[in-house]
Write a protein that binds this ligand. Structure first.
Ligand code: ADP
Ligand code: ZN
Length: 364
């Protein structure tokens, strides 16, 4: 097990990464929190696989835990579900001295974090991510929230966790499709901040990356994300914006597909393809490096061709409705060279349209 210390101006906590950590969750949390009652929040897929072990470990460490299970799926990320969880917590006698544990993927991390942020004006949050995506991305950075009928993540709060426990053994039951979604964010981190990791990934077979070998990779990605977040926790200076590489067009693709056709990582894979093309045109990214990005995405079985069912017009419309474009000015994350990225004002809507149109091209 390795402990990564994550800190910013106003927070400091640890992410513990390794194998066989789940059965130690109780004693590990006891090192950090001197509180007794907690809510363990998970979804209907996670509860039968992992909740017993966590509950047993919590009990062994003298915690009094209430298990709250919500339906699996993005639909659960709603204000109604938040209210239902809070009601259950109040009924179970939880109060200001209690804390929340989120055991699950990004959905559970986001909703449990939001509950922790608002319950009794805020109580501590412990994250136990169960997806690769949540381990390397969403559990780090303090973003929490829910969707509304008008869009995704429109309500939320920044609430940093008190502890993150990343047990890579939990990834063994994760369907390959879900594993792939996490690799998309790992490749993003390599492109924007770590050329050496890009090289290493390039020499790997994804199928060989199982079990213990994942721990060093998870650790490295947490460090990358935490380092960027620490510079700009509340997205005020623009430093955090580079994490949106591939996401402007990626989000638009997700939206055009009604969030059902493609996973988040699949959509940002396509978004990164487009961003690489735009980077070639506007930031001097060498063609060789752009091709290396496409090859790496393919190797991790991420899509590099837009499925035929998608309307390019709809994707472009979704881009222009992105809240980041509200002011009228286009700000777009580009990479001049693998391992670095910046927010550019040189990109035009026409560049974006052109890159979206090129996404269907088979033989590029
Ligand atoms: P993310 O946003 O992190 O990609 P989600 O919260 O949307 O993840 O979870 C993706 C799906 O995988 C959900 O149906 C969830 O219940 C399921 N899931 C999460 N972790 C595991 C796991 N370790 N084993 C099996 N299924 C899992
Ligand atoms: Zn993402």
């Amino acid at each position: 097990m390795t402990a990564i210390e994550i800190s910013g101006r106003t927070y400091k906590y640890e992410a513990r990464v390794g194998s066989r950590l789940l059965d130690q969750a109780g004693p590990t949390i006891a090192e950090v929190l001197r509180r007794h009652r907690c809510a363990l929040i998970c979804d209907t897929n996670i509860a039968p696989i992992f909740s017993e072990r966590v509950l047993r470990s919590l009990t062994s460490a003298k915690f009094q835990a209430t298990l709250i299970t919500i339906p699996a799926g993005e639909e659960s990320k709603s204000l109604e579900q938040v209210a239902a969880i809070c009601d259950e917590m109040i009924d179970a006698g939880l109060d200001r001295q209690s804390f929340v544990i989120g055991l699950g993927g990004g959905v559970i991390g986001d909703i449990s974090g939001f509950v922790a942020a608002i319950f009794q004006r805020g109580i501590p949050h412990v994250q136990i991510p169960t997806t690769l995506l949540a381990m390397v991305d969403s559990s780090i950075g303090g973003k929490s929230g829910v969707n509304t009928s008008a869009g995704k993540n429109l309500l939320g709060a920044i609430h940093q966790p008190s502890l993150v426990i990343d047990d890579v053994d939990l990834l063994q039951t994760l369907p390959p499709r879900e594993l792939r979604q996490g690799f998309a964010e790992i490749i993003k981190h390599a492109i924007i901040a770590d050329a050496a990791m890009f090289q290493e990934l390039d020499g790997l077979k994804p199928s060989s990356l199982l079990g213990k070998q994942l721990a060093p990779l998870v650790k490295r990605n947490i460090e990358i994300k935490a380092g960027i977040v620490a510079k700009d926790e509340r997205e005020e200076t623009g430093a955090r914006a580079i994490l949106n590489f591939g996401h402007t067009i990626g989000h638009a693709i997700e939206r055009a597909g009604n969030y059902k056709m493609l996973g988040h990582g699949d959509a940002i894979s396509l978004g990164m393809m487009a961003a690489a093309d735009i980077s070639m045109k506007r930031a001097g990214l060498p063609k060789k490096e752009r091709d290396a990005i496409v090859d790496l995405l393919r190797r991790f079985e991420l899509p590099t061709k837009l499925p035929n069912e998608f309307s390019r017009e709809q994707i472009f419309d979704a881009v222009t409705h992105d809240k980041k474009f509200e002011s009228g000015a286009v700000r777009f994350v580009v990479t001049p060279k693998i391992g670095s990225a910046f927010l550019s004002s040189d990109v035009t809507l026409e560049d974006i349209r052109e890159a979206i149109n090129a996404l269907g091209d088979n033989n590029r």
